[in-house]
Design a protein around this ligand. Structure first.
Ligand code: NAP
Length: 271
């Protein structure tokens, strides 16, 4: 059945791959992001684009209102917009840390709040939250990013319980390392914060490791995660979590079965 789908962060990377796949599968897809010009290809493929800044309440309200006005419902919300700030805790400003939470948690929370009443009215809906293997494990200099993704895991679990009686499913996606703009957005500012000084050597190692998430690196293509999202959209009874992409399953498995000290050593060696 054709679904009305809203995807945040559809101007690049995974969000764009989800949008393309779901458009090709015959759904009515609204891609939302700040860079509307970067979503022309989605429009040409048959999708719709919406200007959205998840830190701006008015922009979130207008996006949801427009879809309800045009379609009368939203069947699937894919909360994908997000980024990572890296840098030592000592050298990262609280303003930067707050912004990380504004985008990855509070913005996502606000859009979810506005979509729920429409799903509740329809007694059905699916909310798919793009977390990360970083919601279950941790990497050096990523404290604020991991804090948001660990928070998203618990937040989504609670939401799943409270929305189940209304027929609304909540699904968590945990990608591993995926080739998108993510590594570029992360590395430059990290090196500015922590590239010289007491954390300089570690920051340079982490930046080198982040090359894995870029084209030519070892990361997986966004299509790998788009396939998982498609499963989550179409399954009659979706799983609570889908993990995939480079390193996701082995690393999360090791996080469960290795003690903290072993995992610390392994992750520092990998960095
Ligand atoms: P990406 O290519 O950098 O895409 C990020 C998307 O988020 C862009 O479309 C960007 O659009 C949007 N965005 C950022 N800030 C926004 C804001 N304030 N309002 C609205 N949209 C905003 O990175 P990606 O890898 O596809 O990331 C997508 C999600 O996957 C993120 O939640 C990320 O944490 C998660 N993830 C990524 C990886 C990875 O290895 N790549 C691994 C695990 C999880 P505009 O700039 O146009 O607004």
């Amino acid at each position: 059945m054709q679904q009305i789908i809203l995807i945040t962060g559809a101007s690049s990377g995974m969000g764009k791959a989800f949008a393309m796949r779901l458009i090709n599968e015959g759904h009515i897809v609204y891609g939302a992001a700040r860079r509307v010009d970067q979503m022309q290809d989605l429009v040409q493929a048959g999708g719709r684009s919406i200007a959205l800044d998840v830190t701006d309440d008015a922009s979130i309200g207008a996006a949801v209102e427009r879809i309800i006005g045009e379609q009368g419902r939203i069947d699937v919300l894919i909360n994908n917009a997000g980024y990572a700030i890296y840098g030592s805790v000592e050298e990262t400003s609280i303003a930067d840390a707050r912004r990380q939470f504004e985008v990855n948690i509070f913005g996502l929370g606000r859009i979810t709040q506005l979509v729920i009443p429409h799903m509740r009215k329809a007694s059905k809906g699916r909310i798919i939250n793009i977390s990360s293997m970083g919601g279950k494990m941790y990497t050096p200099l990523g404290a604020w990013y991991h804090a948001t993704k660990h928070a998203l895991e618990g937040w989504s679990d609670c939401l799943r319980l409270e929305l189940k009686p209304f027929g609304i499913d909540v699904v968590i996606i945990e990608p591993g390392i995926i080739k998108t703009e993510f590594a570029d957005v992360m590395s430059g500012p990290m090196l500015q914060r922590s590239g010289v000084g007491p954390y300089g050597e570690l920051a340079r190692r982490v930046a080198k490791g982040a090359e894995n998430g870029k084209a030519g690196g070892q990361g997986s293509a966004p299509d790998v995660i788009a396939a998982l999202v498609s499963n989550a959209v179409h399954a009659r009874k979706p799983r609570t979590r889908y993990a995939g992409g480079f390193l996701a399953k082995p690393v999360m498995w090791l996080r469960i079965y290795l003690g903290d000290r072993f995992f610390d050593r392994m992750i520092m060696k990998a960095a």
